[in-house]
Write a protein that binds this ligand. Structure first.
Ligand SMILES: N[C@@H](CCC[C@H](N)C(=O)O)C(=O)O
Length: 275
């Protein structure tokens, strides 16, 4: 089998293990993903990005490469905005795509990206659809929220409560009938015109320092609450700052993407992790 190549990267400190697997041969079980993402017994990450040729796994895409994203607990999600930036950066660094515009396949559909000369990345995130309202409860405190689908499900609570003081270590409660497949929960303070601050508790991960789809959902929800359906905003998350635009039927996410390490997984560890 030989050593298994990996890279580690992050987008505004939402961190990922990348597994180059052009031919789609890796047996990437939920157990292996969870072991890789474990910060004590593995490499540590919020999720895994398997880099695979769309054709190799029978995925329809106008692009050559498909982002097979997995959450840290091994579950599969439709889309990951920060992961898409890191994935695009990897493709360019590895010589598998040219700097500029190209398309990445995801489970939520094709996502056109632009890798800028400074290696920051803009992702066309598709529509941010408002799907209703619901409530989440953090340490006994209820927060009303706007449900937004950005390929994956979000509940965004725009609140006057200072989000810096929220304890997001435990899973906040939410309406499981409204979100039968689970939900990503965003808590947002409005800092001013076109400026938000956000914290997030991600489905399948826990609190993370950034969530790209979450920042798009946050901007869409705050515009919706202001009676608008288009606009733009910066979003400050614990891991940095991204810029978001929301239009009718399309949204964009722009921010940094870094590759920080590369190496080989130990074969015996990989085999044991899958058992
Ligand atoms: N961190 C991601 C979102 C990853 C998926 C999410 N946890 C889910 O289960 O939907 C992002 O940057 O969008």
């Amino acid at each position: 089998m030989g050593g298994i190549e990996f890279l580690k990267g992050h987008g505004t400190q939402n961190d990922f293990v990348l597994l180059p697997d052009a031919a789609g041969r890796l047996d990437l079980t939920a157990e292996r993903v969870a072991a890789l993402c474990d910060r004590q017994r593995g490499l540590g990450a919020d999720g895994v990005l398997r880099v695979v040729r769309a054709k190799a796994i029978g995925e329809e895409s106008a692009g050559e490469w498909f982002m097979d994203y997995r959450n840290a607990d091994g579950s599969i999600a439709e889309m990951c905005g920060n992961g898409t930036r890191v994935f695009a950066r990897y493709l360019v660094d590895a010589g598998l795509a040219e700097c500029g515009e190209f398309v990445i396949g995801t489970r939520a559909g094709d996502r056109p990206v632009v890798v800028h000369p400074d290696r920051s990345v803009t992702v066309q995130m598709g529509p941010a659809a408002i799907t209703g309202t619901s409530v989440t409860v953090v340490a006994g405190q209820p927060f009303s929220g706007v449900a937004v689908n950005v390929g994956n499900p979000h509940l965004v609570s725009v609140t006057d409560t200072d989000i810096a003081g929220l304890d997001l270590r435990d899973q906040p409660d939410f309406d499981h009938d409204f979100f039968p497949a689970g939900v990503n929960l965003e808590f947002v303070n409005v800092l001013g015109e076109g400026a938000l601050a956000m914290r997030v508790h991600e489905r399948g991960v826990g609190e993370t320092r950034a969530c790209g789809t979450g920042t798009v959902a946050a901007v869409a929800a705050s515009l919706h609450l202001a009676g608008k359906d288009t606009g733009e905003s910066t979003v400050d998350i614990p891991g940095g700052r991204v810029s978001v635009t929301v239009g009718r039927g399309e949204s964009t996410l722009t921010g940094p993407a870094e590759i920080v390490a590369r190496g080989e997984l130990d074969e015996a560890w990989w085999l044991a992790a899958g058992a």
